[in-house]
Write a protein that binds this ligand. Sequence first.
Ligand code: ASP
Length: 312
Amino acid sequence: MTEDVLSESGALGVPAVVIHGGAGEFGRVSSPDQLARLEEDLSDALETAWEVLGAGGSAIDCVIEAVACMEASGNFNCGRGAVATSQGTVETDAAVMDGMSGSFGAICAATWPESPVRAARAVLALGGPAEGPILLAGAGADRFCERAGLAPRVAASLCGEGVAPISRSGTVGAVAVDREGHLATATSTGGRLGKLPGRVGDSPIAGAGTWADDRSVAVSATGEGESFLVAGFAHRVDWRVTEGASLAVALGDALGSVRSRGGHGGAIVLARDGCFAVAFDTFAMARGWRSKSGSTIRPLRPDNDGRPGARV
Ligand code: ASP
């Protein structure tokens, strides 16, 4: 099913952070209570991110903390709330990229880490792409996380709270620009509900779901990852901005390429001057942004008020 592309853009100034909690076609929110929880989680993530930026912290620390906060909530399809594969297992993907150095780190199809984004950061610290690997998968990623001393994931069934994400399409991401004008991005997901074990989407792939370069933009995407992968989504956004397109036009073009390959979803993009854009073609995309002038949180489309039964 196809919705029109909803596009939002503006100038936040520097520093600034923009987050998303996933784009989806279906049942993100089924009650006012769930909507309130989603808004609270987005607000917590924005405030956590802002604490880092407000204290003069780096963009990369900011995006890690924002995403780790949403991973810990259990209400998104990532970290603690990650959805199951067709075998009932959980396999997570996450990536982080530093726009200043071009360093990238990611894990995919990993079962070990409680915080996949922190695992991605540990991979980034190996020095890639110049010095080391940038992407670790499956059993190798798990071994790496264990040896790095990263906390293991507690299975939802062991949490005692019946953890289930509000949305099975609740991938999360953050893009930030710090006081020095450096960009960073991070994305974390459980992938698609019922996916084949070993399936990997766009989120942990540089230039597909996750990308940051101080010379252009920081991007984090969400949606049907196969189409974002084939479209080279985030590289397309970068390329169009480098050619002179506005952020909103670049996002719209790249999303068009995803749609032409049968996929739907959305993304957030931020430039060094604090200008940002958000676009999505799904019924809902949880999103928010924070700058010196305050925060904005928008879980749904403007034409969708989130009443139970509303098309979200
Ligand atoms: N893009 C993610 C994936 O395909 C899923 C999502 O964003 O909902 O793994």
